[in-house]
Design a protein. Structure first.
Length: 549
């Protein structure tokens, strides 16, 4: 999605031509499917649209119209382009367990949001003018779109039938085929979510549960997993299916055309072959040699730049080196984190700014695992790291400081005109909050020495869409936010010779522990965020609101 282009992603039940038509002169396109492990996919690229377009469309397979579905209770799906002359709105969230027919994980914020937008579109089409709040321009899903290691009843029944209950990995998906079923349940089981994904431009990035809990926590973790006989099929299935179901839609048409894997897939598909082997080989190489693939991406929308950082698959994890991103990924990020924009959004599945007590605990744990208290201390720290999921930005201290250097340089106007705001958008931790950087001061002066204001640097977290923390974990995270703990854990980190963080921050709004979806609104020199929580299966209500700047 951009001001003039859109891409429609389609999975079909057979090889065919997929045609997208709108009824508007010249606004239609077609593409042949490609086949991967017996499944069929197409990406249809539409060009020549107007900024701010709202164009209903239909999808036909070999001339037979299949979408919209007859009798659907939802409004016609639309191609929606960005109008960067006005306000930019990005809705986001993470951690969605679906389906959940037993109601274990609460009301689905994404589904309720879809119902709300459907009702709003219907009201606007009816000329009643009572549609409510404005539509977002994009949906950003920042991790754990699927849970490959924590399966619901439907998926477990499928695995039982396919390979029996006792085959490894027990209770987890094993390969590309099982991933396709997982995506089907997550995105097609709920008609509201399927409709939402068909009409709201959507971008994604993966987190650990898209593959496995604690994915790429450490070098020791990777060594342990590659010893398992079933891991190769699991990791190639996870990364390969992510490339098909999620990553291809993150790219612009120009970026897809330049992607060597996509080029190879299209060439092989044109000859009638199954491209599963191509995707498998790419996926295994991407895991073993992270520098060979880039999952991060960026888009400019008027005065707003969105940078989506892969903080999971591109880690540097060797016996003697450790980084949240490898050198190639950091070099790319260095080129993206620049001034000249009004607002800079940096999305990472893992929060950059955690509650400070947790930040200091993770920094201490990393120093311990690196040998600050000797070999026995390192072994103990590695066990704690894997057991307690201590692998956020704080647990990669050099990477945390490198990101701080980039952001502060932008805020001080050292990389072009400083933006009004820099906001990190994240999920993962199963509660929501806004944190503000309080030091160092990013205020600037003009040539005459007059103050001209500074750049607001914030962390916006929205999690979960549908997977709330259990009682004891919720209590533990509430305790982590109490005023005394940061100082205590900072002393612990200091004992392991961890330097003082280059930033100081505090949580000013939240935490909230309900299922939720957040919307960031950016216009001119204003930026604000709103969190909505489901009031019922079809309604949402405001849970919190904050002005970023």
């Amino acid at each position: 999605m951009s001001e003039r282009t859109a891409t429609i992603w389609v999975e079909t039940d057979r090889p065919c031509e997929v045609r997208v038509s709108t009824g508007a002169p010249g606004v239609e396109a077609a593409a042949r499917t490609f086949t991967a492990h017996g499944h069929h996919y197409a990406l249809v690229e539409i060009d020549g649209l107007d900024p701010g377009a709202r164009v209903p469309y239909a999808v036909a397979l070999d001339g037979e119209t299949v979408w919209p579905e007859p009798g659907s209770p939802f409004p016609a799906s639309q191609i929606r382009t960005m109008d960067t002359a006005g306000m930019v709105r990005v809705s986001f969230g993470s951690c969605r367990r679906s389906p959940d027919r037993a109601g274990v994980h609460g009301l689905d914020a994404l589904s309720a949001f879809a119902h709300h937008l459907a009702a709003q579109q219907a009201a606007d089409a009816g000329g009643r003018g009572d549609g409510g709040r404005a539509w977002p321009d994009a949906l950003l899903m920042v991790g754990d779109q699927i849970y490959a290691d924590e399966l619901g009843e439907e998926m477990l029944a499928y695995l039982h039938e396919r390979r029996g209950p006792d085959t490894e990995p027990k209770g987890e998906v094993a390969d590309f085929e099982e991933y396709t079923k997982l995506y089907e349940l997550a995105w097609q089981e709920d008609p509201a979510v399927r409709w939402l994904l068909s009409t709201l431009p959507t971008f994604t990035v993966f987190d650990d549960h898209d593959v496995r809990d604690d994915w790429n926590t450490s070098h020791a973790w990777r060594q342990e997993m590659w010893k398992k006989p079933w891991w190769r099929a699991r990791i190639t299935g996870g990364i390969g299916s992510y490339w098909v179901y999620q990553h291809l839609g993150n790219l612009s048409p120009e970026e897809r055309a330049a992607d060597p894997v996509y080029v190879a897939v299209r060439l092989a598909a044109a000859e009638g072959g199954d491209v599963g082997k191509i995707i498998d080989e790419f996926a295994e190489r991407a895991d073993r040699e992270p520098a060979t693939a880039r999952w991060s991406y960026a888009h400019d929308w008027g005065g707003t730049r969105l940078i989506v950082v892969d903080s999971r698959a591109s880690r540097l994890l060797t016996a003697d080196s450790r980084g949240m991103l490898d050198e190639e990924e950091f070099a790319w990020l260095d080129g993206q984190v620049q001034g000249g924009m009004e607002h800079l959004l940096i999305a990472s599945s893992l929060p950059y700014l955690l509650p400070r007590s947790i930040h200091h605990a993770e920094a201490w744990n990393e120093a311990m695992a690196d040998g600050a208290w000797g070999k026995r201390g390192a072994q103990l720290a590695e066990g704690i790291r894997q057991a307690a999921d201590l692998e956020h930005w704080a647990a990669f201290d050099r990477s945390f400081r490198a990101m701080a250097d980039y952001v502060l340089a932008v805020a001080r106007g050292e990389r072009g005109t400083a933006p009004v705001s820099i906001s990190f958008l994240s999920g993962d931790i199963h509660y929501s909050y806004l944190a503000r950087v309080t030091k160092p001061d990013t205020g600037r002066t003009d040539a005459a020495g007059r103050a001209i204001g500074g750049t607001a640097i914030t962390q916006v977290v929205c999690s979960p869409l549908r997977n709330p923390l259990a009682g004891k974990f919720r209590t533990a995270n509430k305790v982590a936010g109490t005023p005394l703990l940061p100082g205590m854990f900072r002393m612990l980190a200091k004992s392991a010779k961890v330097p003082v963080p280059p930033l100081k921050w505090k949580i000013t709004d939240g935490p909230w522990f309900e299922n939720a979806i957040a919307t960031v609104e950016l216009a001119g020199r204003r930026s604000q965020v709103r969190w909505d929580t489901p009031l019922s299966a079809t309604e949402i209500g405001e849970m919190g609101r904050a002005h970023i700047c």
